[in-house]
Ligand binder design. Structure first.
Ligand SMILES: Cc1cc2nc3c(=O)[nH]c(=O)nc-3n(C[C@H](O)[C@H](O)[C@H](O)COP(=O)(O)O)c2cc1C
Length: 189
């Protein structure tokens, strides 16, 4: 798969098969994050792979899923079997600004996941303090995002945006429709 096709194929998925992702694949995703672009090449991020059943169960209440959908959270039997926590290390970068770097890292992981036949959901509506406790992280590590990773049990596709309506929605078949702005809308000439 070439990069353009991976970018086009990647869609957020929030329902997953209950099939474990091999640890090796999860580590390859972290390796892809490792190779991302970082401002001043600081590389201030650390990563924690979460596949332990207790941790998966404990984390779940501290994640908000699919803000635009009434019933968009994964149910029992649809929850992800893996997350990768993205952590900003203040002992490497003391100003606590990890947003941009985290975005580059998560994007690399999401695209490699497409190549592996995996789906992801980038999670920012999370209770960072609770997650920090559950993962027993040291004080120098700040949780920036979680990335849910798994084999997809849900279809999601891009659709043309109608007007300014950015809200994704489910159609009759349960497919998530994600409106994207047109090129005419975003490319200023
Ligand atoms: C910074 C960021 C935070 C996000 N946080 C959440 C979240 O907390 N819960 C969720 O269900 N989706 C979350 N998403 C996924 C977005 O809803 C999704 O990317 C968007 O609807 C576009 O869909 P697409 O990824 O399929 O293109 C987040 C995405 C980004 C970039």
């Amino acid at each position: 798969m070439n990069v353009y096709d991976a970018i086009k194929a990647r869609r957020t998925v929030r329902k997953f098969k209950q099939e474990r992702v091999p640890q090796k694949n999860l580590e390859i995703l972290v390796d892809c994050a490792r190779m991302a672009a970082y401002g001043a090449n600081m590389q201030p991020l650390k990563f924690r792979i979460i596949t332990n059943d207790n941790e998966l169960t404990e984390l779940f209440p501290y994640i908000k899923w699919a803000g635009y959908l009434a019933d968009g959270a994964p149910k029992e039997g649809e929850r992800p079997c893996a997350y990768i926590a993205v952590l900003g290390d203040t002992s490497v970068k003391s100003n606590g600004a990890f947003e941009t770097e985290s975005g580059a890292a998560v994007t690399n992981m999401m695209l490699e996941a497409v190549e592996m036949g995996l789906a992801t959901c980038w999670l920012g509506a999370i209770n960072r303090a609770e997650i920090h406790n559950i993962l027993s992280l040291s004080d120098n590590l700040q949780v920036t995002y979680l990335l849910a990773v798994g084999y997809p049990a849900q279809e999601s596709r891009m659709v043309d945006m109608q007007g300014n309506d950015v809200k994704y929605y489910l159609d009759e078949s349960g497919t998530v429709n994600v409106p994207k702005r047109s090129m005419e809308d975003i490319l200023i000439k």
